[in-house]
Design a protein around this ligand. Structure first.
Ligand SMILES: Cc1ncc(C[n+]2csc(CCO)c2C)c(N)n1
Length: 232
């Protein structure tokens, strides 16, 4: 029997391919990203990860098993303590300190992505949350594996650390989330599965838009008098 998550992956395949071909991802491969693009990415991703931590918190509140709670708890620690490495890689290439890129408001596409996941999470069940959260690790796991295989970076490549960080994700959190979702999807109606597919595809599209936002330095079109405060 086809796994439900395989059906999701197939549905989103054109979006995955557009992500692999996106100029920001190509710029990681060939080391040609500009300083401002790296800075914009890190500013936005720092706040994105804060939101992702909160999503795990909501997911824990809707969990019925200790093992699943433990998995989400480990992932919160992983984001807090390890997901900082790829950010530090971008910061050192850009020649800026990580601290100075923290606390910025979310730009439109990052804001859209975070709101999408949070609204699904607040209104939905654990399987809704998993469907909306899954493209985050899944697209990065595939990007990492592809870039490592294609570029075979040596230590002198500016994004060596970034590629190795995400290139080592295979068999990790993506597979664990997929198993949880597949298991739960078995007892769901076609209508519920359709809804989960919509959450998943929307997050894939927003992954693409996040790369595009960083590449084009996307910002809100009109600035307000008050621009302080991170995007919660
Ligand atoms: C926009 C955006 N999407 C995905 C990731 C990658 N990522 C974020 S948290 C996490 C671990 C999940 O438990 C992974 C793989 C990112 N950094 N930024």
């Amino acid at each position: 029997m086809t796994r439900f998550s395989e059906e999701l992956r197939r549905e989103a395949d054109p979006i995955y391919r557009a992500i692999f071909d996106h100029p920001f991802v190509r710029g990681i491969a060939d080391g040609t990203l500009r300083k401002e693009q790296l800075i914009h990415y890190v500013k936005q991703d720092f706040e994105y990860l804060n939101a992702y931590i909160r999503l795990y918190g909501i997911a824990i509140s809707k969990c019925d098993s200790r093992d699943t709670m433990a998995l989400f708890n480990e992932q919160i620690s992983f984001i807090l303590h390890s997901e900082t490495h790829p950010h530090n890689n971008f910061c050192s290439v850009a020649g800026v300190s990580y601290e100075q890129l923290q606390g910025y408001p979310l730009a439109p596409s990052a804001n859209h992505y975070v709101r999408h996941m949070l609204s699904v999470a607040h209104a939905g069940t654990l399987e809704d949350i998993l469907a909306a959260m899954l493209p985050c690790p899944w697209t990065y796991t595939e990007i990492g594996a592809k870039l490592l295989a294609e570029v075979k970076p040596d230590r002198s490549h500016p994004f060596y650390d970034w590629m190795h960080f995400y290139g080592s994700f295979e068999g990790g959190i993506t597979e664990k989330m997929r198993l949880l979702l597949d298991e739960r999807a078995e007892s769901l109606s076609p209508d519920r599965k359709k809804r989960l597919t919509e959450h998943f595809v929307a997050s894939c599209r927003l992954e693409y838009m996040f790369w595009d936002m960083a590449y084009t330095l996307e910002e809100w079109p009109v600035s307000a008098a008050q621009t302080e405060g991170a995007g919660r």
